[in-house]
Design a protein around this ligand. Structure first.
Ligand SMILES: *Cc1c(COP(=O)(O)O)cnc(C)c1O
Length: 413
Protein backbone atom coordinates (compact mmCIF):
# COMPACT_ATOMS: atom_id res chain seq x y z
CA UNK A 1 0.00 0.00 0.00
CA UNK A 2 1.38 3.38 -0.97
CA UNK A 3 0.63 5.93 1.75
CA UNK A 4 3.63 8.18 1.09
CA UNK A 5 1.71 11.41 0.63
CA UNK A 6 -0.79 10.90 3.42
CA UNK A 7 2.09 10.13 5.76
CA UNK A 8 3.63 13.54 5.03
CA UNK A 9 0.52 15.62 5.55
CA UNK A 10 -1.52 13.54 7.96
CA UNK A 11 0.37 10.91 9.94
CA UNK A 12 -2.65 10.14 12.10
CA UNK A 13 -4.85 9.06 9.19
CA UNK A 14 -1.95 7.30 7.46
CA UNK A 15 -1.19 5.37 10.61
CA UNK A 16 -4.80 4.26 11.08
CA UNK A 17 -5.09 3.17 7.43
CA UNK A 18 -1.93 1.12 7.83
CA UNK A 19 -3.27 -0.43 11.05
CA UNK A 20 -6.61 -1.14 9.41
CA UNK A 21 -4.76 -2.95 6.63
CA UNK A 22 -2.98 -5.04 9.25
CA UNK A 23 -6.26 -5.72 11.04
CA UNK A 24 -7.78 -7.01 7.81
CA UNK A 25 -4.61 -9.00 7.11
CA UNK A 26 -4.65 -10.68 10.52
CA UNK A 27 -8.34 -11.41 11.03
CA UNK A 28 -10.72 -13.92 9.51
CA UNK A 29 -13.49 -11.78 8.06
CA UNK A 30 -16.84 -13.55 8.35
CA UNK A 31 -19.08 -10.48 8.20
CA UNK A 32 -21.36 -11.69 5.41
CA UNK A 33 -21.71 -8.27 3.80
CA UNK A 34 -17.99 -7.60 3.49
CA UNK A 35 -15.47 -8.57 0.86
CA UNK A 36 -11.97 -7.68 -0.32
CA UNK A 37 -12.05 -5.75 -3.55
CA UNK A 38 -9.28 -5.99 -6.14
CA UNK A 39 -6.27 -3.71 -6.53
CA UNK A 40 -7.72 -2.64 -9.88
CA UNK A 41 -10.93 -1.47 -8.19
CA UNK A 42 -8.91 0.32 -5.49
CA UNK A 43 -6.95 2.17 -8.16
CA UNK A 44 -10.12 3.36 -9.88
CA UNK A 45 -11.59 4.53 -6.57
CA UNK A 46 -8.42 6.39 -5.65
CA UNK A 47 -8.15 8.10 -9.04
CA UNK A 48 -8.49 11.71 -10.27
CA UNK A 49 -12.11 11.00 -11.21
CA UNK A 50 -12.95 12.11 -7.68
CA UNK A 51 -12.23 15.65 -8.87
CA UNK A 52 -15.02 15.67 -11.43
CA UNK A 53 -18.57 17.00 -11.16
CA UNK A 54 -20.93 15.21 -13.54
CA UNK A 55 -24.53 15.87 -12.51
CA UNK A 56 -26.87 14.34 -15.06
CA UNK A 57 -26.47 11.27 -17.25
CA UNK A 58 -23.75 10.24 -19.70
CA UNK A 59 -23.79 12.63 -22.71
CA UNK A 60 -26.40 14.81 -21.00
CA UNK A 61 -24.66 16.60 -18.15
CA UNK A 62 -24.96 19.90 -16.36
CA UNK A 63 -21.18 20.33 -16.40
CA UNK A 64 -18.59 20.46 -19.15
CA UNK A 65 -15.51 18.30 -19.44
CA UNK A 66 -17.36 15.03 -18.99
CA UNK A 67 -16.13 13.22 -22.10
CA UNK A 68 -14.14 10.65 -20.14
CA UNK A 69 -16.52 10.05 -17.26
CA UNK A 70 -19.30 9.72 -19.86
CA UNK A 71 -17.56 6.75 -21.44
CA UNK A 72 -16.77 5.18 -18.06
CA UNK A 73 -20.31 5.56 -16.73
CA UNK A 74 -21.85 4.31 -19.97
CA UNK A 75 -19.67 1.21 -19.96
CA UNK A 76 -20.57 0.58 -16.31
CA UNK A 77 -24.27 0.72 -17.25
CA UNK A 78 -23.77 -1.63 -20.20
CA UNK A 79 -21.80 -4.11 -18.12
CA UNK A 80 -24.45 -4.11 -15.37
CA UNK A 81 -27.24 -4.74 -17.90
CA UNK A 82 -25.32 -7.55 -19.56
CA UNK A 83 -24.22 -9.22 -16.34
CA UNK A 84 -27.69 -9.20 -14.77
CA UNK A 85 -29.67 -9.50 -17.98
CA UNK A 86 -31.65 -6.30 -17.38
CA UNK A 87 -32.69 -3.57 -19.83
CA UNK A 88 -31.56 -0.44 -17.99
CA UNK A 89 -29.06 0.34 -15.25
CA UNK A 90 -28.43 3.44 -13.17
CA UNK A 91 -25.00 3.11 -11.55
CA UNK A 92 -25.11 6.37 -9.59
CA UNK A 93 -26.68 5.41 -6.23
CA UNK A 94 -24.14 6.04 -3.50
CA UNK A 95 -25.26 2.97 -1.57
CA UNK A 96 -27.76 0.12 -1.50
CA UNK A 97 -30.14 1.99 0.79
CA UNK A 98 -30.17 4.92 -1.63
CA UNK A 99 -30.84 2.61 -4.56
CA UNK A 100 -33.92 1.37 -2.72
CA UNK A 101 -34.91 4.89 -1.76
CA UNK A 102 -34.89 5.95 -5.43
CA UNK A 103 -37.16 3.05 -6.42
CA UNK A 104 -39.57 3.99 -3.61
CA UNK A 105 -39.45 7.63 -4.68
CA UNK A 106 -40.21 6.75 -8.30
CA UNK A 107 -43.03 4.30 -7.62
CA UNK A 108 -44.75 5.54 -4.48
CA UNK A 109 -46.37 8.51 -2.85
CA UNK A 110 -46.12 8.98 0.91
CA UNK A 111 -48.67 6.69 2.57
CA UNK A 112 -48.70 4.09 -0.24
CA UNK A 113 -48.66 0.45 0.79
CA UNK A 114 -45.53 -1.70 0.67
CA UNK A 115 -44.97 -5.33 1.61
CA UNK A 116 -41.40 -6.10 2.63
CA UNK A 117 -39.40 -8.53 4.73
CA UNK A 118 -39.15 -7.82 8.43
CA UNK A 119 -35.75 -6.57 9.60
CA UNK A 120 -35.62 -9.02 12.51
CA UNK A 121 -36.33 -11.92 10.12
CA UNK A 122 -33.46 -10.99 7.81
CA UNK A 123 -34.85 -8.11 5.74
CA UNK A 124 -33.03 -4.79 5.37
CA UNK A 125 -33.72 -1.50 7.16
CA UNK A 126 -34.63 0.07 3.83
CA UNK A 127 -37.39 -2.50 3.22
CA UNK A 128 -39.77 -0.74 5.60
CA UNK A 129 -38.25 -0.59 9.06
CA UNK A 130 -40.02 2.05 11.20
CA UNK A 131 -36.69 3.77 11.95
CA UNK A 132 -35.88 4.16 8.23
CA UNK A 133 -37.38 6.51 5.59
CA UNK A 134 -39.06 3.46 4.04
CA UNK A 135 -41.06 2.81 7.17
CA UNK A 136 -41.61 6.45 8.10
CA UNK A 137 -43.24 7.67 4.91
CA UNK A 138 -44.97 4.53 3.63
CA UNK A 139 -47.57 2.16 4.97
CA UNK A 140 -45.47 -0.98 5.38
CA UNK A 141 -46.57 -4.50 6.23
CA UNK A 142 -43.81 -7.00 6.88
CA UNK A 143 -43.55 -10.72 6.28
CA UNK A 144 -41.23 -12.88 8.35
CA UNK A 145 -39.80 -16.40 8.21
CA UNK A 146 -40.99 -19.67 9.74
CA UNK A 147 -39.21 -21.48 12.58
CA UNK A 148 -36.84 -23.02 10.03
CA UNK A 149 -35.81 -19.60 8.80
CA UNK A 150 -37.67 -20.01 5.50
CA UNK A 151 -40.01 -17.56 3.77
CA UNK A 152 -43.56 -18.92 3.87
CA UNK A 153 -44.70 -17.95 0.36
CA UNK A 154 -48.33 -18.78 1.09
CA UNK A 155 -48.20 -16.39 4.03
CA UNK A 156 -46.66 -13.68 1.81
CA UNK A 157 -49.50 -14.28 -0.68
CA UNK A 158 -52.16 -14.02 2.01
CA UNK A 159 -50.65 -10.75 3.28
CA UNK A 160 -50.50 -9.39 -0.27
CA UNK A 161 -54.15 -10.31 -0.87
CA UNK A 162 -55.18 -8.71 2.39
CA UNK A 163 -53.19 -5.46 2.13
CA UNK A 164 -52.99 -4.95 -1.65
CA UNK A 165 -49.55 -3.29 -1.63
CA UNK A 166 -48.37 -1.21 -4.56
CA UNK A 167 -44.86 -2.60 -4.16
CA UNK A 168 -43.54 -5.93 -2.89
CA UNK A 169 -39.89 -6.08 -1.85
CA UNK A 170 -37.95 -9.34 -1.79
CA UNK A 171 -34.31 -9.93 -1.02
CA UNK A 172 -32.58 -9.98 2.34
CA UNK A 173 -29.54 -9.24 4.44
CA UNK A 174 -29.72 -12.43 6.41
CA UNK A 175 -31.40 -15.30 4.61
CA UNK A 176 -29.63 -18.57 3.85
CA UNK A 177 -32.07 -20.10 1.35
CA UNK A 178 -32.60 -19.59 -2.38
CA UNK A 179 -35.11 -16.80 -3.04
CA UNK A 180 -37.91 -17.84 -5.40
CA UNK A 181 -38.30 -14.72 -7.56
CA UNK A 182 -40.84 -16.45 -9.81
CA UNK A 183 -43.15 -17.08 -6.86
CA UNK A 184 -42.79 -13.48 -5.72
CA UNK A 185 -43.71 -12.25 -9.20
CA UNK A 186 -46.78 -14.48 -9.27
CA UNK A 187 -47.90 -13.01 -5.96
CA UNK A 188 -47.19 -9.47 -7.17
CA UNK A 189 -49.16 -10.08 -10.38
CA UNK A 190 -52.07 -11.52 -8.44
CA UNK A 191 -52.49 -8.26 -6.51
CA UNK A 192 -51.27 -5.82 -9.18
CA UNK A 193 -48.08 -4.88 -7.32
CA UNK A 194 -44.63 -4.11 -8.68
CA UNK A 195 -41.79 -6.36 -7.57
CA UNK A 196 -38.46 -5.03 -6.34
CA UNK A 197 -35.73 -7.65 -5.91
CA UNK A 198 -32.93 -6.34 -3.71
CA UNK A 199 -30.03 -8.70 -4.44
CA UNK A 200 -27.44 -6.76 -2.40
CA UNK A 201 -26.13 -9.85 -0.64
CA UNK A 202 -26.34 -12.40 -3.43
CA UNK A 203 -25.36 -10.21 -6.42
CA UNK A 204 -22.07 -12.03 -6.96
CA UNK A 205 -23.83 -15.39 -6.87
CA UNK A 206 -26.50 -14.17 -9.31
CA UNK A 207 -23.85 -12.68 -11.63
CA UNK A 208 -22.03 -16.00 -11.69
CA UNK A 209 -25.20 -18.00 -12.28
CA UNK A 210 -25.00 -19.95 -9.02
CA UNK A 211 -28.20 -18.38 -7.62
CA UNK A 212 -31.38 -17.91 -9.73
CA UNK A 213 -31.69 -14.46 -11.28
CA UNK A 214 -34.57 -12.04 -10.69
CA UNK A 215 -34.35 -10.94 -14.35
CA UNK A 216 -37.64 -11.53 -16.09
CA UNK A 217 -39.49 -11.53 -12.76
CA UNK A 218 -38.71 -8.29 -10.93
CA UNK A 219 -39.39 -5.01 -12.76
CA UNK A 220 -36.81 -3.42 -10.43
CA UNK A 221 -33.56 -4.92 -9.20
CA UNK A 222 -31.33 -3.11 -6.74
CA UNK A 223 -27.96 -4.17 -5.45
CA UNK A 224 -24.93 -3.06 -3.55
CA UNK A 225 -21.64 -3.49 -5.36
CA UNK A 226 -19.41 -4.16 -2.35
CA UNK A 227 -20.78 -7.44 -0.97
CA UNK A 228 -20.50 -10.75 -2.87
CA UNK A 229 -20.07 -8.75 -6.10
CA UNK A 230 -16.67 -7.64 -4.70
CA UNK A 231 -16.65 -4.11 -6.08
CA UNK A 232 -16.40 -0.69 -4.45
CA UNK A 233 -18.90 0.52 -1.82
CA UNK A 234 -22.00 1.62 -3.73
CA UNK A 235 -25.36 0.78 -5.28
CA UNK A 236 -26.96 0.07 -8.66
CA UNK A 237 -30.60 0.11 -9.79
CA UNK A 238 -31.72 -1.94 -12.77
CA UNK A 239 -35.16 -1.94 -14.35
CA UNK A 240 -37.25 -2.52 -17.44
CA UNK A 241 -36.80 0.14 -20.13
CA UNK A 242 -40.26 1.62 -19.56
CA UNK A 243 -39.17 2.76 -16.08
CA UNK A 244 -35.68 3.98 -17.07
CA UNK A 245 -36.46 7.71 -17.27
CA UNK A 246 -38.42 7.69 -14.03
CA UNK A 247 -35.72 5.84 -12.11
CA UNK A 248 -32.99 8.11 -13.46
CA UNK A 249 -34.97 11.19 -12.39
CA UNK A 250 -35.55 9.75 -8.92
CA UNK A 251 -31.79 9.26 -8.46
CA UNK A 252 -30.92 12.71 -9.88
CA UNK A 253 -32.26 15.30 -9.24
CA UNK A 254 -34.68 13.47 -6.92
CA UNK A 255 -32.33 12.19 -4.32
CA UNK A 256 -28.66 12.80 -5.08
CA UNK A 257 -26.45 15.52 -6.46
CA UNK A 258 -23.24 14.76 -8.31
CA UNK A 259 -22.41 11.10 -8.94
CA UNK A 260 -19.19 9.62 -7.53
CA UNK A 261 -17.45 9.00 -10.84
CA UNK A 262 -14.38 7.45 -9.19
CA UNK A 263 -16.63 4.89 -7.53
CA UNK A 264 -18.56 4.40 -10.78
CA UNK A 265 -15.22 3.60 -12.44
CA UNK A 266 -14.63 1.07 -9.66
CA UNK A 267 -18.07 -0.40 -10.36
CA UNK A 268 -17.23 -0.67 -14.07
CA UNK A 269 -14.02 -2.55 -13.28
CA UNK A 270 -15.74 -4.84 -10.77
CA UNK A 271 -18.56 -5.62 -13.23
CA UNK A 272 -15.98 -6.60 -15.85
CA UNK A 273 -14.18 -8.79 -13.31
CA UNK A 274 -17.48 -10.42 -12.38
CA UNK A 275 -18.09 -11.40 -16.01
CA UNK A 276 -14.91 -13.50 -16.19
CA UNK A 277 -14.71 -17.28 -15.81
CA UNK A 278 -12.50 -16.81 -12.71
CA UNK A 279 -15.38 -15.07 -10.98
CA UNK A 280 -17.68 -18.00 -11.65
CA UNK A 281 -15.07 -20.25 -10.04
CA UNK A 282 -14.96 -17.81 -7.12
CA UNK A 283 -18.75 -17.88 -6.68
CA UNK A 284 -18.80 -21.68 -6.83
CA UNK A 285 -16.10 -21.75 -4.16
CA UNK A 286 -18.23 -19.40 -2.00
CA UNK A 287 -21.03 -22.00 -2.05
CA UNK A 288 -18.61 -24.85 -1.26
CA UNK A 289 -17.00 -22.88 1.56
CA UNK A 290 -20.35 -21.89 3.08
CA UNK A 291 -21.48 -25.52 3.06
CA UNK A 292 -18.17 -26.67 4.56
CA UNK A 293 -18.46 -24.07 7.34
CA UNK A 294 -22.09 -24.98 8.11
CA UNK A 295 -21.34 -28.71 8.07
CA UNK A 296 -18.23 -28.17 10.20
CA UNK A 297 -20.23 -26.23 12.79
CA UNK A 298 -22.98 -28.86 12.88
CA UNK A 299 -20.34 -31.60 13.24
CA UNK A 300 -19.11 -29.72 16.31
CA UNK A 301 -22.63 -29.80 17.77
CA UNK A 302 -23.62 -26.25 16.81
CA UNK A 303 -27.02 -25.36 15.41
CA UNK A 304 -27.62 -23.39 12.23
CA UNK A 305 -30.94 -21.66 11.55
CA UNK A 306 -32.67 -23.66 8.82
CA UNK A 307 -29.87 -26.24 8.68
CA UNK A 308 -27.67 -26.33 5.59
CA UNK A 309 -27.17 -22.99 3.82
CA UNK A 310 -27.96 -22.56 0.12
CA UNK A 311 -25.90 -19.41 -0.39
CA UNK A 312 -22.95 -17.58 1.16
CA UNK A 313 -24.21 -17.06 4.70
CA UNK A 314 -25.78 -18.68 7.74
CA UNK A 315 -26.88 -17.81 11.26
CA UNK A 316 -25.39 -19.69 14.17
CA UNK A 317 -28.16 -20.34 16.69
CA UNK A 318 -26.84 -19.92 20.24
CA UNK A 319 -30.14 -20.49 22.06
CA UNK A 320 -29.10 -23.92 23.35
CA UNK A 321 -25.76 -22.60 24.61
CA UNK A 322 -25.29 -20.24 27.53
CA UNK A 323 -23.99 -17.50 25.23
CA UNK A 324 -25.65 -14.53 23.59
CA UNK A 325 -24.89 -13.13 20.15
CA UNK A 326 -23.40 -9.96 21.61
CA UNK A 327 -21.08 -11.88 23.90
CA UNK A 328 -19.95 -14.32 21.19
CA UNK A 329 -19.29 -11.57 18.62
CA UNK A 330 -16.84 -10.09 21.14
CA UNK A 331 -15.30 -13.45 22.03
CA UNK A 332 -14.83 -14.22 18.32
CA UNK A 333 -13.18 -10.86 17.80
CA UNK A 334 -10.74 -11.70 20.58
CA UNK A 335 -9.72 -14.85 18.73
CA UNK A 336 -9.32 -13.01 15.42
CA UNK A 337 -12.67 -13.69 13.77
CA UNK A 338 -14.96 -10.80 12.86
CA UNK A 339 -18.69 -11.49 12.63
CA UNK A 340 -21.86 -9.76 13.73
CA UNK A 341 -24.53 -10.62 16.26
CA UNK A 342 -27.94 -11.27 14.74
CA UNK A 343 -31.45 -12.08 15.87
CA UNK A 344 -32.79 -15.60 15.35
CA UNK A 345 -36.51 -16.32 14.65
CA UNK A 346 -38.51 -15.63 17.84
CA UNK A 347 -35.36 -14.44 19.57
CA UNK A 348 -35.73 -14.40 23.38
CA UNK A 349 -33.03 -11.69 23.60
CA UNK A 350 -33.33 -8.03 22.57
CA UNK A 351 -32.04 -6.97 19.12
CA UNK A 352 -29.07 -5.39 20.87
CA UNK A 353 -28.12 -8.65 22.59
CA UNK A 354 -29.54 -11.38 20.26
CA UNK A 355 -29.07 -15.16 20.26
CA UNK A 356 -27.34 -15.52 16.93
CA UNK A 357 -24.19 -14.81 14.97
CA UNK A 358 -24.35 -14.22 11.23
CA UNK A 359 -21.47 -15.80 9.32
CA UNK A 360 -20.60 -15.29 5.66
CA UNK A 361 -17.74 -16.48 3.48
CA UNK A 362 -17.30 -14.08 0.49
CA UNK A 363 -14.28 -12.31 2.03
CA UNK A 364 -12.36 -15.41 3.15
CA UNK A 365 -13.11 -17.05 -0.20
CA UNK A 366 -11.48 -14.07 -1.93
CA UNK A 367 -8.38 -14.66 0.21
CA UNK A 368 -8.21 -18.24 -1.01
CA UNK A 369 -9.74 -20.23 1.86
CA UNK A 370 -10.94 -23.68 0.76
CA UNK A 371 -13.21 -26.30 2.36
CA UNK A 372 -10.49 -27.67 4.70
CA UNK A 373 -9.80 -24.19 5.99
CA UNK A 374 -13.51 -23.66 6.63
CA UNK A 375 -13.59 -26.83 8.73
CA UNK A 376 -10.73 -25.40 10.82
CA UNK A 377 -12.66 -22.09 11.12
CA UNK A 378 -15.73 -24.05 12.27
CA UNK A 379 -13.64 -25.79 14.93
CA UNK A 380 -12.24 -22.48 16.15
CA UNK A 381 -15.74 -20.96 16.38
CA UNK A 382 -17.21 -23.97 18.20
CA UNK A 383 -14.28 -24.07 20.64
CA UNK A 384 -14.74 -20.36 21.28
CA UNK A 385 -18.40 -20.96 22.14
CA UNK A 386 -17.60 -23.86 24.44
CA UNK A 387 -14.57 -22.28 26.12
CA UNK A 388 -15.37 -18.59 26.05
CA UNK A 389 -14.33 -18.28 29.71
CA UNK A 390 -11.02 -20.06 29.32
CA UNK A 391 -8.30 -17.45 28.73
CA UNK A 392 -5.49 -19.75 27.66
CA UNK A 393 -7.87 -21.70 25.46
CA UNK A 394 -8.83 -18.49 23.66
CA UNK A 395 -5.17 -17.55 23.23
CA UNK A 396 -4.59 -20.86 21.50
CA UNK A 397 -7.57 -20.23 19.21
CA UNK A 398 -6.14 -16.82 18.31
CA UNK A 399 -2.92 -18.54 17.24
CA UNK A 400 -4.85 -20.96 15.07
CA UNK A 401 -6.78 -18.16 13.35
CA UNK A 402 -3.58 -16.20 12.77
CA UNK A 403 -2.03 -19.23 11.13
CA UNK A 404 -4.87 -19.31 8.60
CA UNK A 405 -4.48 -15.58 7.94
CA UNK A 406 -0.77 -16.01 7.29
CA UNK A 407 -1.53 -18.81 4.84
CA UNK A 408 -3.65 -16.43 2.71
CA UNK A 409 -2.24 -12.89 2.66
CA UNK A 410 -4.31 -9.99 1.38
CA UNK A 411 -3.31 -8.33 -1.89
CA UNK A 412 -0.41 -10.67 -2.50
CA UNK A 413 1.73 -10.06 -5.59
C1 LIG B 1 -26.53 -4.15 2.59
C2 LIG B 1 -27.92 -4.08 2.09
C3 LIG B 1 -28.49 -2.87 1.67
C4 LIG B 1 -27.87 -1.52 1.93
O1 LIG B 1 -26.67 -1.24 1.47
P1 LIG B 1 -25.85 0.03 2.01
O2 LIG B 1 -24.84 0.18 0.93
O3 LIG B 1 -25.32 -0.33 3.33
O4 LIG B 1 -26.79 1.18 2.06
C5 LIG B 1 -29.74 -2.90 1.12
N1 LIG B 1 -30.41 -4.05 1.00
C6 LIG B 1 -29.92 -5.22 1.41
C7 LIG B 1 -30.72 -6.46 1.25
C8 LIG B 1 -28.66 -5.28 1.99
O5 LIG B 1 -28.18 -6.44 2.44
Amino acid sequence: MNLENIKKIDPLVADEIQKEFERQQNTIELIASENITSKAVLEACGSVLTNKYAEGKPYSRFYNGCEHVDIIEEVAQERACKLFNMEHANVQPHSGAQANMAVFMYLLKPGDKVLGMDLSSGGHLSHGSPVNFSGMYFDVKSYGVDDFGCIDYENVRQMALEHKPKLIVCGASNYSKIIDFKKFREIADEVGAYLLADIAHIAGLVAAGVHPSPAGYAQFVTTTTHKSLRGPRGGIIMCDMEHARGIDKAVFPGMQGGPLEHIIAGKAVALLEASKPEFKTYAEQILKNAKALAQGLMDEGMEIIGGMTENHLMTLDLRKTSRTGKEMANVLESVGITANKNTVPNDPQTPFVTSGIRLGVPAVTTRGFKEDDMVEVAKIIASAVYSADNKSGLKNLRERSLKLCKKYPLYKG
